[in-house]
Write a protein that binds this ligand. Structure first.
Ligand SMILES: Cc1cc2nc3c(=O)[nH]c(=O)nc-3n(C[C@H](O)[C@H](O)[C@H](O)COP(=O)(O)OP(=O)(O)OC[C@H]3O[C@@H](n4cnc5c(N)ncnc54)[C@H](O)[C@@H]3O)c2cc1C
Length: 436
């Protein structure tokens, strides 16, 4: 919403003046609030929904950079989260060529380094560690405008979201996800469709009795040689995650999704997921996982990302994007939540410094500037690598195309080494070929 449109809004209420306001109670917003609380800094999270979503049909894999960031947010946090999920011991890669399976490639993981956990459990844990009054529900952020020494943040609030509340703050954080309203006002660029549709669900499978196609600590990745169909099955504590991904270069699948985006439990989604496997050999195990899953827990949606930005701040450093709002990337490399935790960790350290000057304008501007210097170069490279891993040439950045198998392997190894070395060499790895 523009400043002019905000001018015309009939404001029902003025909230208190706050040092830090976070729009969005997803993983990025809650992790930041917790990291700040741990450093004795007040921040309030404004979430548009009246309560947290009952389910998101997703589990997240948290690797070494995510674990380090969680420990930086609050010591002991990664082990609390790991208890709600499970550690990954091995990843099994199955490649299918004309219905025949290549011998599986198995990567054994270092012990206790990779956690697989239900997305919702992570959200609940972060929220439970925050003081009671830190999360404000039913507040939908709609716009901001500069105001002396900070910005005014506008929210629709109340049960019917029919009242307008204005809150003045020194720093507004846009942690409102890939469809970010904060980013819409700041940049106005839309999310990008990556020509893939996902069906995914979390199956309650505590003793691995409901579905036995997976063992404890396992992740199974299965792909057709042409990558038209790709799947991930993972053990995540009491749950089994399955994801079925289908390429959609014609965009016919996307155009047939309800509301143009899809959603959770849409009637017919189970049959549509199974239809993607019609005529394919070697997919019985995934068919079985889909069969035993209740349709109302299946998510069906387009895969999107965001193009990298040169700037994540606005209003002279009083507004800043983090998480998916700043750098949503293709989910393939599984770095969205991990990098949201990195953002929360790094920003809390910089704001801790600013708190020593009582959040003077200059100290906030410095913190925001330094945050962008540290994080934007890293996220640009990670977003590019993620776009490269779509294997769709139209999304692959220049310099990442036409690589030989050896070059691809080298790039993958360099990527893991660099990303996992967080918080060291955040911006780049000067010793690498692809991430300098
Ligand atoms: C199938 C799948 C698998 C994934 N696997 C992994 C993985 O293995 N590893 C990994 O690290 N990441 C993974 N991710 C990515 C990860 O889940 C996201 O990157 C992460 O959740 C982003 O967090 P966020 O807080 O930035 O955004 P979101 O989680 O989208 O949260 C945004 C929040 O803002 C709220 N909101 C939106 N608009 C407004 C508004 N106007 N006002 C107030 N509130 C608002 C929303 O309700 C929501 O609560 C996966 C994602 C998917 C879908």
């Amino acid at each position: 919403m523009s400043s002019l449109e905000l001018d015309e809004m009939a404001v029902s209420e003025r909230g208190p003046n706050l040092d830090i306001v976070i729009a969005g109670g997803g993983l990025a917003g809650l992790a930041l609030a917790l990291a700040l609380q741990h450093r004795d800094i007040e921040a309030h999270v404004f979430e548009c929904h009246p309560y947290f979503k009952s389910d998101t049909a997703t589990a997240i894999g948290i690797g070494p950079n995510g674990v380090t960031a969680l420990e930086g947010i609050k010591p002991g946090l990664s082990s609390i989260i790991s208890q709600a999920g499970s550690y990954t011991n091995s990843i099994i890669f199955n490649l299918l060529r004309n219905g025949k399976e290549d011998p599986p490639r198995v990567t054994n993981m270092p012990p206790k380094e990779y956690i697989n956990v239900r997305w919702k459990s992570v959200q609940e844990i972060l929220a439970s560690l925050l003081d009671n009054n830190k999360i404000v529900f039913s507040h939908k952020f709609i716009g901001y405008r500069p105001s002396k020494g900070g910005v005014e943040a506008y929210f629709r609030c109340g049960n019917g979201l029919d009242r307008i509340k204005v809150v003045w703050t020194k720093l507004l954080i846009g942690a409102d996800g890939i469809w970010s309203t904060v980013r819409k006002q700041m940049v106005a660029d839309p999310p990008r469709y990556l020509n893939m549709v996902d069906w995914n669900a979390l199956l309650y499978n505590p003793d691995l009795k409901v579905y036995q196609g997976i063992r404890r600590g396992e992740v199974i990745v299965r792909s057709e040689e042409n990558m038209q169909v790709h799947s991930i099955t993972a053990h995540a504590g009491d749950y089994t995650l399955w994801i079925l991904r289908k390429k959609d270069e014609s965009e016919d699948l996307a155009n047939s999704l309800v509301g143009g985006r899809g959603g959770l439990g849409i009637p017919g989604c189970k049959a549509r997921a199974l239809k993607q496997l019609d005529g394919l050999e070697g997919w019985d195990s995934l068919r079985e996982a889909i069969d035993v899953t209740s349709e109302d827990t299946i998510s069906e949606r387009k895969i999107m990302d965001r193009l990298p930005l040169d700037k994540w701040s606005d209003a002279d450093g009083h507004v800043l994007l983090i998480g998916d709002a700043a750098h949503a990337q293709y989910v393939g490399p599984g770095q969205g939540a991990r990098t949201a935790f990195e953002d929360a960790h790094q920003l809390s350290l910089l704001l801790q410094h600013a708190s020593h000057s009582s959040f003077s304008e200059e100290s906030i501007r410095d913190a925001v500037k330094r945050f962008e210097e540290l994080r934007i170069p890293r996220m640009k490279k990670m977003q590019q690598y993620a776009a490269y891993s779509t294997r769709l040439p139209k999304f692959q950045p220049e310099g990442f195309q036409n690589l030989t198998t050896e070059e691809r392997m080298r790039m993958g190894e360099e990527y893991m080494k660099w990303v996992h070395s967080y918080p060291h060499r955040q911006e780049c790895d000067p010793n690498s070929t692809y991430f300098k």
